[in-house]
Design a protein around this ligand. Structure first.
Ligand code: B12
Length: 213
């Protein structure tokens, strides 16, 4: 089994020590931190989500895997964006009011970092006022909203509406995602949709590519 598969497997098993050790080995071998995230951590979490859907894994195992993933992220973070690469801009990210899920949001935040964005994670259960203040305080180019509960989707809609009404110093793109969010819903509430963490990073790069930040 190659080392990337082993990382995915140890994330799936929620083995923090082994996951971190494997990440360190891959870094030592000269592999890129982004590749370790894409091919190891994200793949492990996706495998876990599939097994959860099939009721072969349960919430405690998800939490163990999330802990293993976070330990790896601490090790990989300093290697994500070389000093020579200019920052792409600032992204504020949070989970909307009424919702405390943060695992997916964490992955998306990390992928933004991997895309050389300055990321300001304002946590979970975030109100529209908190989103708006964070955009202003950090002069953000993108704000990313996560929701995992269908009951939080209305809050997401209200928050997006409030953000889109404001004329910030520069235009702010609003990106939304999370398990119940679809492309159609995003369009309906006037936001950009991304399916997962990798898609979110790629779309953020595209959004800001031709723009001064
Ligand atoms: C782990 C978990 C929890 C943990 C959360 C721990 C934590 N620190 O986050 C705990 C146990 C605390 C929890 C609590 C609850 N949960 Co819960 N939870 C889950 C579970 C099992 C996994 C979610 C997860 O982390 N997935 C792994 C990550 C990697 O995937 P992800 O979150 O989908 O994120 C990816 C994409 O969605 C996307 N994405 C996510 N955010 C964003 C943001 C942007 C901007 C973009 C572009 C993309 C994006 O990219 C991510 C990475 O690829 C799901 C089931 C499921 N299959 O999703 C239920 C689930 C979301 N929970 C559910 C429920 C009902 C609850 C509770 C209300 C239960 C209760 N009765 O108390 C509470 C919520 C309390 C609250 N107010 O928020 C339901 C929601 C049902 C619904 N349709 O509304 C689900 C679907 C379970 C179910 N099948 O019933 N939960």
């Amino acid at each position: 089994m190659n080392l990337f598969n082993e990382v995915a497997k140890s994330i799936l098993e929620g083995d923090s020590l082994k996951s971190v050790d494997l990440c360190l080995q891959l870094l030592d071998m000269g592999y890129d931190a982004n590749e370790i995230i894409d091919e190891g951590l994200t793949r492990g979490m996706n495998m876990l989500s599939d097994l959860f859907e099939k009721e072969e894994k349960f919430v405690p195992q998800i939490l163990m895997s999330a802990r293993a993933m976070n330990s790896c992220l601490e090790v990989l973070e300093p290697h994500l964006c070389g000093k020579s690469i200019p920052l792409n801009g600032t992204i504020v990210i949070g989970t909307v009011e009424g919702d405390i899920h943060n695992i997916g949001k964490g992955l998306v935040a990390l992928m933004f970092q991997a895309g050389c964005f300055n990321v300001v994670d304002i946590g979970t259960n975030v109100t529209k006022e908190e989103f708006i203040n964070a955009i202003r305080e950090n002069d953000a180019s993108i704000v990313a909203l996560s929701a995992m509960l269908t009951t939080a989707m209305n809050n997401m809609k209200d928050i997006v509406k409030a953000i889109n009404k404001i004329e910030f110093d520069k235009p702010v793109y609003v990106m939304v995602g999370g398990a119940p969010i679809t492309e159609r819903y995003a369009k309906e509430i006037d936001a950009v949709f991304a399916e997962d963490a990798i898609d979110a990073r790629d779309k953020a790069i595209k959004l800001l590519r031709n723009r001064r930040i």
